[in-house]
Design a protein around this ligand. Structure first.
Ligand code: BG6
Length: 461
């Protein structure tokens, strides 16, 4: 029997999560990160005052969670290692408890037939390294390279798919441009340096991996196709510059090994080029990725600037475009994000045409919903909206695969409802809900649906 949407053989079905958002148990058995510091300093900036100490306790409940993953047909799962847990302080001695914990998680996944995908950095800078400048300081690149090597040596015998960073643009935007991550700086020059140094750290890790290991290594990028309001040259230019800043400043060095010329020219023209070292260019050129994780939630819609920026105001990427709310666009009204399923296809076609058809997969896609309890029926959440959301995205992904894109899988954000940065538990994304009082996990309707899809490697319309 062939299904309407049959996916390529060995397609990865799974989900993604991050250490800070799920593990818990940092107190005393892990070093602190920027999130612990920020929460201490400004608890009121977190939704309902809930901080990173209140997670879904994966640290203690990972066996049950992995059993649940198996039950819903996962054949792969992305977790992140907490740098501050593995090496408290970010440099120096390895924490034996962390080695035990990650070994157990990896072994349990493998025992259940689930391939572990491991990411090294998901927004969680050890606080001691932030205190010496974070990604602005080259010393932190060295510390990260040491950390990466330690992780490869400890777990590389079993983990064959690695990622250096999750969404490196987010700490840049949040921490250095728009004030939604620690250290709450608003300064484009520093943001550009952070973005650049992150990619140098990334290339260092890729190099170390390829020198000593035999699996694949990549990066996870949240690609946001930038659609212009119109075909008018000014709108097209605005969309192009937006794409350069928010997508290509990571995508090009990671996949092609170099920055786009027009990005360099633009930064040069405005005196915003980052500080570099002579060897950086070769490092980037010689250490491109094997696999790309694509996080896709929503596109960007942009138009030409309506008012010219104040020439005395500090440089910002937003000098070159305005956001545009397209009339009639479909929205996830629960989260306030646009839903545009075709974006996933456009991304894949772009990768095929302009990035050597690199092996890729959807490493996050998902639908955050507030107050999901209102959809409970007979004890479980009937999340038909999430099923529709996934299905419509999968249809476009399927089309991309049919047209020859090297798309290898689909991971939902996320496996179970989790704590999320400033939004804490506001938006629920999981296949499983988590009772915040008891920790009890309950499968949502989407969990049952994905189990069937994974088993059949596809679905009928
Ligand atoms: C992704 C991140 O960008 O979006 C996750 O990788 C995050 O860490 C997810 O939780 C959802 O974001 P939010 O703000 O809706 O919880």
């Amino acid at each position: 029997m062939t299904l309407d949407y049959q996916f390529p053989k060995d397609f990865w079905w799974g989900s993604a999560a991050s250490a800070t958002q799920t593990e818990g148990s940092t107190n005393g058995i892990s070093g602190a990160t920027i999130w612990d510091r920020w929460y201490k300093e400004a608890p009121n900036r977190f939704f309902e005052g809930v901080g990173p100490d209140q997670t879904s306790d994966f640290y203690h409940r990972y066996k049950e969670d992995i059993t649940n993953m198996k039950a819903i047909g996962h054949n792969s799962f992305r977790l992140s290692i907490s740098w501050a847990r593995l090496i408290p302080g970010g440099k120096g001695d390895v924490n034996d408890d962390a080695v035990r914990f990650y070994n157990e998680v990896i072994d349990e996944l493998l025992n259940q037939g689930i391939e572990p995908f491991v990411n090294l950095y998901h927004f969680d800078m050890p606080i001691e390294l932030q205190d010496i400048g974070g990604w602005e300081n080259r010393e932190v690149i060295e510390a990260y390279a040491d950390y990466a090597k330690i992780a490869f040596d400890l777990f590389g015998d079993r983990v064959k798919t690695w990622f250096t960073f999750n969404e490196p643009i987010v700490p840049v935007e949040g921490g250095y441009l728009y004030d939604f991550h620690y250290p709450n700086v608003v300064d484009a020059r520093r943001a550009i340096q952070v973005a650049y140094n992150t990619m140098i750290a990334h290339a260092r890790a890729v190099k170390l991996y390829h020198e000593a290991q035999d699996g694949k290594i990549g990066i996870v990028l949240n690609l946001t196709p930038s659609y212009p309001r119109s075909q008018n040259p000014a709108d097209l230019k605005a969309a192009h510059i937006c794409d350069l800043f928010f997508n290509r400043s990571f995508l090009d060095p990671a996949v092609l090994g170099e920055y786009p010329d027009d990005l360099i020219e633009l930064l040069e023209e405005h005196g915003q080029l980052p500080e570099t070292k002579v060897d950086d260019k070769d490092l980037l050129k010689n250490n491109i990725i094997d696999i790309l994780g694509v996080n896709y939630y929503q596109p960007r819609r942009v138009k030409a600037k309506e008012h010219l920026p104040n020439p005395y105001a500090p440089f910002m990427p937003d000098w070159f475009f305005d956001n545009y709310e397209m009339p009639g666009r479909k929205m996830n009204v629960y989260r306030g994000w646009e839903i545009y399923e075709k974006g996933i296809y456009d991304i894949m076609i772009n990768l095929k045409e302009n990035y050597g058809n690199i092996d890729s997969f959807i490493s996050e896609n998902g639908m955050g919903v507030q107050n999901e309890e209102r959809f409970i029926k007979d004890g479980r959440i009937e999340d038909d909206y999430r099923i529709d959301f996934i299905k419509e995205h999968l249809k476009w992904l399927h089309k991309a695969a049919e047209e020859g894109c090297n798309v290898k899988g689909y991971h939902l954000w996320t496996f179970m409802d989790n704590w999320s940065w400033m939004n804490a538990y506001k938006n629920r994304y999981g296949f499983f809900s988590v009772d915040l009082e008891t920790g009890e996990r309950t499968a949502k309707k989407s969990a049952e649906w994905i189990a069937e899809v994974s088993k059949q490697n596809g679905f009928n319309d």
